[in-house]
Write a protein that binds this ligand. Structure first.
Ligand code: NAG
Ligand code: NAG
Ligand code: NAG
Ligand code: NAG
Ligand code: NAG
Ligand code: NAG
Ligand code: NAG
Length: 459
């Protein structure tokens, strides 16, 4: 047995380095292309009952064939890793398949590429993590659950559900978890992102349902060419930091045709994002669609060519928002908000260059600049406790070249108390191209910087 394993291992190593031999070996393997590899780690005896009709192809790797139990309790992490390795190293596009009718419990895991060719991660069943911080091993304090790393070309899709089981994480308070008796515990700062794509490219995520993430539902950082399509993302309005889709240092992104309700931004665009098209999103209850926050800890942030269009934002704290910290560097420019329906939104249009959630920030002269932002065809109702438009720009790096056209915002019918209708403007330059409701009379003309241009860090 031992010798046999050694022999197989040598064959495997040889195969890794000599693809031609691998091809030959596979052609003798009668359609079980992953046989030589999987033998080494675990001898799966594919049980016929788990093979569903459309999950049969030679390059489909059903996690149940790799030992996944799918009872929602057993730890299926190893089976997923084996299925991933098989799919990733398949000769042709491999599919990791998660069958329906089961709940698979997976620990925090990184699925690493590069893979041989384009990969499909097909979730028809349910995937969830261990239930809450007490059942997460302390060693997995990595603030992330499922990570896809260094993948070039992957489709994630399916009719299934990704359930982040965030309820117990949301309840953690900073107070009760601050090192009681020096005992290590996972605290609110450790809340994991549900799905992270990192340093990957040519990704498509389509049709999945995902709910109750402990933190962001999706995070893409350092990625290129990302297409997100027809997702349903759902968490309670009071779940903290449960952004739907957060992107950072990521370029050429489409986020289309999705329905998101959660306790933070539906989509948030962080530093280093270019060429982003967000379209046909139904967002709310939530905190709206945001660019930012940018420039915290005096960091440099560049964001450009972002379009948000054909969307509905309802029962949300904000509609379309740009938020930057004081003291940052860099620029947000070329942003288009077009054709957005607002339904009872507290701040439908907002730029805040004084972003400071703790309310305890001192004024600084540097700021991430905001320019070339256009708002067109933005209509609907706002919760009149706040002004319908708020442009709070920096004293030294004002907002420049804002354009408004066809903006019509009315107080929501049930608005109570003092109704605020006047837009708020501070140091904002721009033009109103068509008459707006309410009138915006507070935009300044021209483009003024009080900092010397050489002190402003453009991008
Ligand atoms: C979270 O806290 C709320 C209020 O204290 C409580 O009602 C709820 O049951 C808790 N949820 C979980 C999953 O612990
Ligand atoms: C984005 O890229 C910049 C510059 O390479 C880096 O300093 C920053 O840490 C990155 N941010 C993230 C979240 O990866
Ligand atoms: C917008 O997205 C919704 C939800 O996915 C979809 O049903 C609808 O067909 C999309 N509309 C267009 C014009 O694509
Ligand atoms: C702006 O982004 C869109 C994708 O949203 C892209 O098609 C277009 O080429 C970009 N424009 C520039 C100047 O890069
Ligand atoms: C910071 O500047 C703004 C705008 O000039 C001003 O309204 C605010 O009072 C200042 N805050 C502090 C803490 O000085
Ligand atoms: C103002 O921004 C618009 C796009 O929103 C752009 O077409 C125009 O050239 C800009 N004008 C200046 C003076 O920068
Ligand atoms: C605003 O847009 C105009 C026209 O495209 C461009 O010349 C200018 O550099 C842009 N301003 C910034 C700060 O990006």
């Amino acid at each position: 047995m031992f010798l046999q394993r050694i022999t197989l291992f040598l064959i495997f190593i040889t195969c890794l380095f000599f693809p031609t031999i691998r091809g030959k070996l596979h052609s003798h393997a009668n359609g079980k292309q992953w046989l030589p590899m999987s033998r080494i780690w675990l001898p799966p005896s594919p049980s016929p009952e788990v093979v569903s009709p459309n999950a049969n192809g030679p390059f489909v790797f059903n996690v149940k064939s790799f030992g996944a139990v799918g009872d929602g309790v057993s730890d299926d992490t190893e089976a997923f890793k084996l299925a991933w390795d098989a799919a990733c190293h398949a000769e042709e596009s491999g599919t990791l398949f998660v069958p329906k009718g089961h709940i698979f419990m997976i620990q925090s895991t990184t699925f690493t590429g590069p893979c041989n060719s384009k990969l499909t991660f097909k979730v028809d069943g349910t995937i969830w993590p261990p239930d809450g911080p007490d059942s997460w091993p302390l060693s997995s304090r990595k603030r992330q659950w499922l990570v896809f790393y260094r993948i070039n070309g992957m489709l994630m899709q399916g009719s299934g559900l990704i359930d982040g089981r965030g309820e117990k994480w949301w309840n953690l308070s900073y107070k009760s978890h601050k090192g009681a008796n020096g005992a290590k515990q996972l605290g609110p700062g450790d809340r994991p992102v549900a799905i992270r794509f990192f340093e990957s490219s040519n990704l498509r995520v389509e049709g999945l349902k995902i709910k109750n993430s402990p933190k962001f539902h999706f995070r893409f950082d350092e990625c290129q060419n990302v297409h997100v399509e027809k997702l349903i993302i759902k968490s309670p309005a009071l779940s903290p930091n449960t952004d739907g889709i957060h992107i950072e240092n990521t370029t050429n992104v489409n986020i289309h045709n999705s329905v998101i309700s959660n306790g933070d931004d539906c989509v948030s665009v962080g530093a280093g994002c270019y060429n982003v098209d967000i379209r046909n999103i139904t967002c709310g209850p939530s905190h709206g669609i945001s660019i930012g926050s940018l420039g915290n800890y005096n960091s440099r942030a560049c964001v450009s060519n972002i379009t948000v269009s054909d969307s509905i934002i309802k029962h949300s704290d904000n509609g379309v928002r740009i938020k930057t910290w004081q003291g940052g560097r860099g620029a947000v420019s070329k942003v288009v908000f077009n054709n957005i329906q607002m339904d009872t939104v507290r701040n439908p249009i907002i730029i805040d260059q004084y972003y400071c959630p703790s309310k305890n920030c001192h004024n600084q002269s540097y700021a991430v600049s905001v320019s070339n932002v256009s708002y067109s065809n933005i209509k609907g109702t706002y919760d009149a406790r706040s002004p319908p438009m708020r442009f709070a720009c920096s004293d030294s790096v004002p907002c420049t070249n804002l354009t408004l056209s066809e903006v019509e915002l009315l107080p929501a019918a049930h608005s109570q108390g003092k109704i605020l209708t006047n837009p708020f403007c501070w140091k904002v330059y721009g033009t109103v191209q068509t008459l707006t409701t309410p009138h915006v009379l507070c935009l300044l003309e021209g483009n003024q910087l009080t900092l010397k241009p050489r002190d402003v860090v453009w991008c």
